[in-house]
Design a protein. Structure first.
Length: 308
């Protein structure tokens, strides 16, 4: 009796297990029917992406990767077959990119809508629709880094060609010449500085006032000189008239008139000589004015040689 009860329990367990297996197969088959296949096409490296990897749409898990293979017609392309829920609204503007999850670095396919074309993405002649894969952040960074490295190499090659042996010698010689020129210019700059200091002292307010005063005194001095020259010209004219007078009175009066003219000429000559001697003794008088005469005996400021 006891053996029959054990057999009944074992048979019941087998029936229940078979029913559960049938339900699981039906459920899984129904799930497969709800999936739709797409093919992602890329020319970039997909390191870290394996079958059964997740497929996400705008961050939401919607399917998985079924197969990764090379395109037989174009070996440059990599074909990634994905299966996602058929209720995901993919369009012709949908693109894929390779993304990495958290700190684990597990790769997955991320689907995003670029918004360029809002038409639904449908199968063509029974073939799974194709989705283009755009470069990921790492791909862009890698390309930018490679381009920057190439540019750096080109710059270094240009610098190396520029700084060849001959150009380095020329540059060294140029630097040496500049140092020598700078050293030779230092005394000249020092002298120029000293000269500018002296000029600045010379052109202070007091000296400028003296120059202005002297310029005012030069005018009368030149006017006196012109008057002396005019008087000499008048005297010479008188002499010409006296010599050329043919009358008897003119001949008898020639000597007194000559004496008078000679006296005038002598006085004018002495005045002109004093002016020229004054200019010769102190030529700075043309700029700074005629210096004052030394005080004589009895005048204020006079001192004899003994007192000095």
């Amino acid at each position: 009796m006891e053996n029959k009860s054990h057999a009944f329990i074992a048979g019941l367990f087998a029936l229940l297990l078979g029913a559960a297996a049938i339900v699981a197969v039906v459920w899984l088959r129904g799930t497969q029917d709800d999936l739709r296949e797409y093919v992602v096409v890329t020319k970039y490296s997909i390191g870290g992406l394996n079958p059964e990897a997740q497929v996400r749409y705008r961050g939401i898990r919607v399917g998985k990767v079924k197969e990764v293979r090379l395109d037989r017609e174009n070996p440059d392309d990599i074909l990634i077959t994905i299966a996602i829920a058929d209720n995901i609204p993919l369009t012709k503007g949908t693109v894929a990119k390779l993304a990495y999850q958290g700190v684990t670095g597990i790769a997955h396919v991320l689907l995003v809508d670029s918004g360029k074309n809002r038409e639904p993405l449908l199968a063509d002649d029974g073939k799974p629709p194709r989705i283009a894969m755009i470069p990921s952040f790492l791909d862009e960074a890698s390309e930018s880094g490679a381009a920057a490295l190439r540019q750096a190499q080109e710059v270094m090659a240009a610098i190396s060609a520029l700084l060849n042996e001959e150009n380095r010698r020329r540059l060294t010689a140029t630097i040496a010449n500049h140092e020598a020129a700078s050293a030779s210019m230092k005394p000249a700059l020092d002298n120029m500085t000293a000269t500018l200091i002296q000029v600045r002292k010379l052109l202070d307010d007091q000296n400028l006032r003296n120059i202005s005063k002297a310029a005012g005194e030069v005018g009368p001095l030149l006017a006196d000189t012109r008057q002396l020259v005019a008087r000499m010209q008048v005297t010479a004219d008188k002499l010409d008239v006296a010599i050329g007078d043919a009358s008897a009175g003119g001949t008898s009066a020639l000597m007194p008139r000559i004496n008078e003219l000679a006296a005038d000429f002598s006085m004018t000559s002495r005045q002109l000589s004093r002016v020229l001697r004054s200019l010769e003794d102190s030529p700075q008088g043309l700029v700074f004015g005629v210096p004052a005469a030394a005080p004589g005996p009895g005048e204020t400021g006079f001192s004899s040689a003994g007192e000095r």
